[in-house]
Design a protein around this ligand. Sequence first.
Ligand code: ADP
Length: 710
Amino acid sequence: MLTFIVGESELARRIRAYPWDDTELGALETWPESLKTLVSVMLAANQPMYTVWGPRQLLLYNDQYVSVLQGHHPSALGRPFLEVWSEIADDLEPLVKNAYAGIPSYTDDILLVLERSGHTEETHFAYSYTPVFNATGVVDGFFCPCIETTEQVKAAHLIRESEERQAFLLGLGDALRPLVDPAQIKSVATRLLGEQLAVNRAFYADAEAGHWLVSRGYEHGVAALPDQPFDMPEYGDWIIDGFLAGQRLVVNDMAADLRFDTSERDAHFALQIGAEVALPLVKNDQLVSMLVVHSASARNWSEKDLALLEEVAERTWAAVERARAESAVREGDRRKDEFLAVLSHELRNGLAPLVYDARIGTRSANLQEMAAVFARMDVQLGHVVRLVDDLLDVARITAGKIELVSELLRPREVVTLAIEACRAEIEACGHVLTVIDQTDTELLVYGDRVRLTQVVTNLLSNATKYTAEGGNITVRLARDEEDAVIEVADDGIGIPEAALPRVFDLFSQVRTQQSNAAGGLGIGLALVRDLVGMHGGTAAAFSAGPGQGSTFSVRLPVATHLSTSAAETTPADVNVPKNRLHILVVDDLRDAADSLSELLRLDGDEVSVAYSGEEALREVRRRPPDLVLLDLGLPGIDGFEVSRGLQRIFADGRRPQIIALTGWGQAQDRQRSQEAGFDGHLTKPPRQEDLRSVVASARSRKALRDGATS
Ligand code: ADP
């Protein structure tokens, strides 16, 4: 009776048909009850099971075990167990021996690489070997049910991996947090990454001036890369284009990667690169840097490897940017402190002689001595006023509160006004000033005369300060395509290359022994850059190095859209034949009004004074002026009211130019004066060049008017 062979499964049929007579197990009917029972249990079960029986350890199994046996089936049936599994016999033999010695065993995870539905797969099984004793207490064989645990093992593996990854990233964060130096951040990050991925190199390469500047990171078991900037000729256009599009480069096996030609592959082999990954960092469409890992031999980079790389790259850049921002703040603080120190020094130095001179003035009765005292006071006051003005301008620009009063100008006019303002300074230093004008008369820009004059004045004043006595300063005016170019060159102390990119920064000063003595506040060039920028232009600095002189150039867009007739009606050059102006100064502070009129009269103009709004309107009706310098805070009718009165009186359009001259310089004050019809707004005391510019502009208007009516 073969009733123990249940069912019609494949193994039921095979066991039934097998020539057992030829084996030590003998005919099926003669099998011991224990074996028969095991066979019937196996065939009825729905999990892989097998039985190993007899001194020769012959194998019997069920259908479910076929997938484990793979190619060994069907020949495995009835064959010695360790022969069937010859490839892992060394591992299995001790277990089999134990089972035959009556010792059961349990293995919770055996890795088997199985061929399943066409591809190889790592599978995991748990087994138990249970010895089967006969009546005499001898082991006849053992029984083994198997449970596949692949899914559980994979899940546990994933959890472990994700925990490891989290731990690694946390460790990376902890390691990077205290670092303040971007280079050190990159170096620590690449070392940790290199160890984690078990690669041979991990490093950052920054794109600088067409080269890759490698920051040495992690190197293990390979030669060090050069730490000088070096070209990477093996990176062809396709890689760079990919980088620019934000794509990473992944090479699993350099030897077999046909995207590279032979020479490119050789260049990689020379650096022991068998496989690599490079992640680009693109900022503002520029390839800034890349994170690179090398493996000396081929390596199939897994998705996990690549994901970790991306994560590390991201975190490292965040840390680098954080460090840069912090260092910029520290640098800003440092410069501000230095600035305050220099500012107080400059103010004290400017005020001291004023105090002395004022004291002399109160005690001296000698007129000649008084004139000398006042001349000195004027120079020193000019210096202090200019410091305060520069400071206020910076504050206004920073707050976005400077408004340009633009008109069509010849750059030449601006240069002439600036030279005027600096002439005394230049002469005092014995410099030779040369002006080369390569522009034609039609070259016009649209800009604020006062502000552009301030720009050129700052450049000229720097050239004067930073050039040893008896130097040469050259101002060149030219047109370059759609730009008007104003260039101020000197043969002075020059600027070191490293300092050039920062000279236009606020409070930036190049510290050299020579420049220390002359240095100002580090505001002038920041104003130049900002004011030129507000005009849609650019400012640049060039120097071949210390002792080689410097050249500063300002480019302003040419006003091309304006017709020639507009050009003709622009104010002419400052050298226009002099037209005597009638100027009205209005101020309730009599001293201020009187001294300003005296100053204006020095240029040969006719100046009247009014000490109140009512008086001003009366005076204007009596004799219309060309220019009114009008204080705002007047008792009775205030300056705004006077301005509106002037608009009414001169409703025919031939009204004088009205300029507010006031201690109030806030944006809202300027806004109010503009609304009340003022043509300009000067703060007290006005700069020499601003006052000149206002007068020059009124003079040009008068010249044009007189020309038009004659
Ligand atoms: P400062 O008030 O210090 O002159 P600026 O902003 O005008 O400030 O200039 C910034 C720095 O640039 C100066 O301190 C000086 O070191 C450098 N510099 C400016 N102009 C020149 C020049 N013509 N030659 C050499 N160095 C210059």
